[in-house]
Write a protein that binds this ligand. Structure first.
Ligand code: SF4
Ligand code: SF4
Length: 118
């Protein structure tokens, strides 16, 4: 299983039109070294600069949403899709992950892609 396979276990969800609340208010997303490398390559290939956060707003949120969407880290993909990360404005995926599925995804994420680090 590679990182993309893991991401594919997470349902796609449709955010409320124009909403960027979690990207602006809920802190800067954590990412594993592997995700950071993917982000660096994406920035380089798109002629974008690395950005650093000020306060709780993700440095990659733009006027129209995420500017690094294809390489956003797992926590951003999980948000709104799992029982412990419900969307605060009520957007829901077609099917919410179960707690067991969420735990399994985190287990693989930390054991396979973060060297066991949490
Ligand atoms: S997950 Fe919810 S809070 Fe976050 S951007 Fe989407 S609709 Fe807004
Ligand atoms: S990486 Fe993208 S989806 Fe994740 S918090 Fe930042 S702007 Fe939002």
């Amino acid at each position: 299983m590679d990182l993309e396979d893991l991401y594919e276990l997470i349902p796609q969800m449709q955010c409320r039109g124009g909403c960027r609340l979690c990207c602006v208010e809920f802190g800067v997303p954590s990412m594993t070294p592997l995700e950071a490398e993917r982000l660096d390559r994406f920035l380089q290939s798109h002629g974008m600069e690395k950005r650093y956060a000020a306060g709780t707003t993700c440095p990659y949120v733009g006027e129209n949403g995420c500017t690094i969407y294809p390489v956003r880290p797992l926590i951003c993909r999980l948000y709104g899709n799992s029982p412990n990360y419900l969307c605060k404005v009520g957007a829901r995926p077609v099917r919410l992950l179960t707690e067991d599925e969420e735990a399994e995804i985190f287990h693989y994420y930390y054991s396979e892609f973060a060297g066991g680090r949490r």
